[in-house]
Design a protein around this ligand. Structure first.
Ligand code: UD1
Length: 358
């Protein structure tokens, strides 16, 4: 029996692991192990996702924690090398673009263990984003590049990746969404939060938006303006909450809440009239849900959400954010469609592939 070892570390990894874990579990020829680096460690940033997504607790948690990029990546690299030498998996499977993804790909590649990168080929072409550096390096190192969409294939081909290594499997995050939507809706989070009419949901956590006090207060100002037209719920990442607290920023008219678990958050977003975000995953989820999304960034590594989906890039300039929000709320936003292979079956295709390559 061959072993697939999954490495995850941060919040956006967990919902991608869940469908893959389930699909691999149904293949008799494969056994699997899950290693959590511990990059995210708060209950609300980690454990709740395992519970909500029906994942067993990880086999190992390496307790890497927070730090600078070098500290976090280096700690994960050292710990993962030790684990890989001990376990000798046949394939290391990584998802996304966080520091844990980079550390796992690097440790495995040097031990000559096959690496599969799920969500390969995404490019923002903006190296000021740490995730862009991670994506570039992981895709250079990975043996198998599993992509969500044709634009990702094209990026990889342009970078000289042999077509035989590129496998378009579709969007595994959307598998998790379709699989959980019914249960999530039954939680009735909007009603529980007293949201009876239209409302907007916002998330904000990118260093580019929250680390500079001037930019953060401008963005919060834009949200306050939008909140004059409909309730706006801001789910604050620990980084954002810490910045707001240290700057004494108390936004008026916004409902600021702690990060929610996967199901509660999906319950909330799936009923929203408008989503404002700087998250990568939420751009995709809003496209799958058909809900207008304003992305508070100047670029995206997920252009298909703009070209085919409901996403519009608005940056962090308040006037542009407010005007686009008004336009969308007046019913003049774009409609969008769900991209090809965002069909809830990406994990099946991944498990079938792992049956052949592990
Ligand atoms: C990481 C990912 C980012 C992803 C985001 C989702 C990288 C480079 N970035 O960014 O791509 O979109 O996760 O959340 O890997 N903290 C807590 N509790 C936790 C985790 C973090 O309080 O459980 C706080 C700490 O103060 C920490 C800060 O958040 O220093 C940032 O955490 P970190 O893991 O460095 O990056 P994220 O901003 O979460």
């Amino acid at each position: 029996m061959r072993t697939v070892l999954h490495v995850v570390g941060a919040r956006p990894n967990f919902m991608k692991l869940a469908p893959i874990f389930r699909a691999v579990a149904s293949r008799k020829e494969l056994r699997q192990r899950v290693v959590h680096t511990g990059q995210h460690y708060d209950e609300k940033m980690s454990e709740v996702f395992f519970r909500d997504l029906g994942l067993p607790a990880p086999d190992l948690n390496l307790g890497v924690g927070s730090g600078t990029h070098a500290e976090q990546t280096a700690k994960a690299l050292v710990e993962l090398e030790r684990v890989f030498i001990g376990e000798r998996p046949d394939l290391v499977s990584v998802v996304g673009d966080v520091n844990s993804t980079l550390a796992a790909a690097l440790a495995a590649a040097k031990l000559r263990i096959g690496v599969s990168h799920v969500e390969a080929g995404l490019r923002s072409f903006d190296r000021s984003m740490p995730e862009e550096i991670n994506r570039l390096v992981v895709d250079r190192l990975a043996d198998h590049l599993l992509t969500p969409s044709a634009d990702a294939d094209e990026n990889l081909r342009r970078e000289g990746v042999a077509p035989a290594r590129i496998h378009r499997v579709g969007n595994v995050m959307i598998d998790a969404l379709y699989g959980s939507l019914h249960v999530a809706r039954s939680l009735r989070m909007p009603a529980k939060m007293g949201l009876t009419g239209r409302y907007a949901v916002c998330t904000l956590h990118r260093p580019a938006n929250v680390d500079d006090p001037a930019i953060l207060s401008r963005v919060l100002g834009a949200l306050e303006e939008i909140a004059r037209e409909l309730p706006v719920v801001l789910a604050a990442h620990p980084r954002t909450r810490a910045r707001m607290d240290s700057l004494g920023l108390v936004p008026h008219g916004l409902t600021v809440i702690e990060p929610l678990g996967y199901l509660e958050f999906l319950s909330l977003t799936s009923g929203a009239a408008l989503i404002l975000t700087d998250s990568g995953g939420l751009q995709e989820e809003s496209t799958a849900l058909g809900i207008p999304c304003l992305t508070l960034r100047e670029n995206t590594e997920r252009p298909i959400t703009v070209d085919e989906g409901t996403n519009t890039l608005v940056g962090s300039e308040p006037r542009r954010i407010i005007e686009t929000a008004r336009h969308v709320l007046a019913g003049e936003g774009k409609r969008g469609r769900v991209p090809e292979l965002w069909d809830g079956r990406a994990a099946e295709r991944i498990a079938e592939l792992y049956g052949r390559i592990a």
